[in-house]
Design a protein around this ligand. Structure first.
Ligand SMILES: [Zn+2]
Length: 319
């Protein structure tokens, strides 16, 4: 049986008109005080490229190189080098963004990593550079911290490995109804637009936020059923409808991170089968979630890129 979605009947604007919490692209980590983060970022920048910067480096970097073979998993190899669990997960994701490593790191792959032992204890668990060698091919990623001190890993050409917006909010079985500006509705027997895409999945399938943001609406609406609207970094917002239930503790104003489970697939509201109705709005206008251009990269600015390239040259020689 095909599922039917009548979520378009409720204007997105109704949900959108509630106050809009500030989610700016620069406030990436509200829990980290900016004043504390800036000196760390500045000092790591100075350490990274003392020659390129006029500022004197407070501590000269003391690089150590560690090597490991992957026997069971990348996580075990990283752990043996002293990398903490959070950084290990970030590195695994960064390395998987390389298509030839997309499945997983395999037994027999060799890993080497550069650490700066002169820095604080956190930095010692956070390698500056990691190389995975599989066969005759080497794959490198390099640490870069943004102005808030948040770590990201980039490939050696400075391309971010860290997508900031996922395309799909769940593992779905099929697209049961496409986005369309005008379609014939089988329930109402009227031509209507369909402001989102219907992703069929079993009831209870977890639904993830596709980008970080703030919950702008959570509750019931006619047509949508149980629905969540998330204000993502401007100009994006996302809507998740027909949910069977919400994630515990989630309420209006809650901050969510990308990949965080926010609810579960259901068929509340006007839906004739279990599916997620998912909308992506750009500047308050609905776009096709399957094709809309999403911010996949955190590009380095020109000045950062110059510094980054200098560091890559220095560190790649050590790997
Ligand atoms: Zn729909």
């Amino acid at each position: 049986m095909s599922s039917v979605c009548a979520a378009y009947l409720v204007s997105h604007e109704r949900a959108a008109r509630t106050d809009e919490p500030d989610v700016s692209l620069v406030s990436k980590d509200s829990s980290r005080p900016a004043a504390a983060a800036s000196p760390a970022a500045a000092s790591s920048a100075a350490d990274a490229a003392p020659g390129a910067s006029g500022a004197p480096a407070t501590k000269p970097p003391a690089f150590t190189v560690k090597k490991a073979s992957i026997e069971h998993s990348f996580a075990a190899a990283a752990q043996s080098m002293g990398v903490d669990a959070g950084t290990t997960a970030m590195l695994a994701r960064a390395l998987r963004s390389d298509p030839s490593l997309s499945r997983d790191l395999q037994p027999g792959d060799r890993v080497s990593a550069v650490f700066d032992e002169s820095s604080d204890s956190q930095a010692a668990r956070e390698p500056l550079a990691v190389r995975v060698v599989r066969g005759a091919t080497a794959h490198d990623v390099y640490l870069h911290k943004d102005l808030q001190g948040k770590p990201f890993y980039y490939s050696k050409d400075g391309a971010s490995t860290n997508p900031s917006f996922e395309r799909y909010p769940l593992d779905f079985t099929r697209v049961s109804s496409d986005f369309s500006l005008r379609r014939f509705d089988p329930v109402l027997h009227r031509w209507q637009s369909h402001d989102g895409v219907d992703l069929a999945a079993p009831i209870g399938t977890p639904v993830h936020a596709t980008a970080r943001g703030v919950v702008r609406f959570i509750g019931r609406q006619t047509g949508y059923g149980k629905v969540i609207v998330i204000q993502n970094p401007p100009p994006y917002s996302t809507t998740f409808a027909h949910l069977s239930r919400f994630a515990n503790g989630l309420r209006r104003g809650s901050r969510v991170s990308r990949d965080q489970v926010i609810g579960y697939v259901g068929e509340t509201g006007w839906a004739t089968g279990p599916h997620l109705h998912y909308e992506v709005h750009v500047h308050h206008a609905p776009h096709d979630p399957l094709t809309v251009e999403l911010p996949q990269k955190t590009p380095l600015q020109a000045a950062e890129m110059q510094q980054f390239k200098a560091r890559v040259a220095q560190l790649s020689a050590l790997l």
